[in-house]
Design a protein around this ligand. Sequence first.
Ligand code: GLY
Ligand code: MN
Ligand code: MN
Length: 431
Amino acid sequence: MRYPKLPASLFIRNRKNFTLKMEPNAIAIFTSNDIMPTNADDVMGFAQNNDMFYLSGIDQEESILLLYPDAELPENREILFVKETSDLIKVWEGDKLTMEQAAEVSGVKNVKWLKDFELALQYMAFEADIFYLGHNEHKKTTTAEMLTRQDRMITYCKEKYPLHDYKRAAKITRELRQIKSKEEVDSIQKAVDISIGGFKRVLKAVKTGLMEYELEAELTYELLKKGAKRNAFLPIIASGENACALHYNTNDHECKDGDMILMDFGVCYANYNSDTTRCFPVNGKFSNRQKEVYKAVLHCLKEGSKLLKPGAVSAEYEKEMAKLVEEQLIGLGLLNAEEVKKQDPQKPLYKKYFMHGTAHHLGLDVHDVGLYTRPFEAGMVLTCEPGIYIPEEGIGCRLENDYLITESGNINLAAEMPIEIEEIEALMQRD
Ligand code: GLY
Ligand code: MN
Ligand code: MN
């Protein structure tokens, strides 16, 4: 493993919290994600199902967690099924979890091989009334068109046990996962800390004529070297006008003298993610106009992030942030104050230069699960990421930090990542 094991107590607590929200006499089943194929016999890197990880700490394919808190036999109240390892698997793939290791990681005492799952379930289904099954219910899910391992589990259970009641495990996990425990915050903080090193390395490397992907290489080198599992998402390294494409990530343009680069990047550490954005000039000195736009966005970040506190509601927060950006757009001469006063509230003029939300939950997912109608509470971790995009001027600027909501306000987990214009220019100075 690339990171020190998270304590099993975290997963034991998570399971306890989950089962407390289950209805009586119900079984919950969670599965690992599939390893996704590419072509021929090759596959993409494995990404664990995050509910499965949250409740078990198991970061291996072909694993199933079964929770049945009201089972008559105490040993059936929690069972973890893992892929049976063998000498042959060891030769080809290396070590897989033994039963003892799986028990140690997860804190589940009863570990079985995966091949025993169906029969074990049959015995328990006879006794139980309800199934809780996992499903990707994220509002922007990209798995809607394909059958995931979770979907196949739903089909399997419903065919074999058609007369049981079925419930959504995600309704419980999305609520629990919104509030991070100390171990989770520590992992996100570690991800942020690694990303700070990555950003500084990029600042040292950048110069006119480099390709954006060369900066991606510098960033990725640093984060892997420091124990990250991977980039949290394909980093956006967008110079000049490319920064106006919100999810640009081909990173295949030359960094030109006079352009500003927007770098939106995250680190996945111990399966927890950071998500930060910084902007910096290719030649080490912001132009006057870049400075104006940058200062405007920084003002929105500083003022807007103060609104991330207990009791605030996402929709209201986003409205306040939009007002802040609107004011700055007027100051930058991009919007006319009189026209703004007369604008159709359904089609506000600021949308031309600022077209995205600015606070999402962050955790095991970069855009973490959870209802946005729930007011902010201590223990939530949210990003704050205002931006202004002016394609006609070749400038796109977004600044993004990660904030832990506390009882009294918030803590900026990325406070140590340079953000002031002078700091960035100083770090870019060449001897
Ligand atoms: N990196 C994606 C986002 O900022 O939400
Ligand atoms: Mn981001
Ligand atoms: Mn973000």
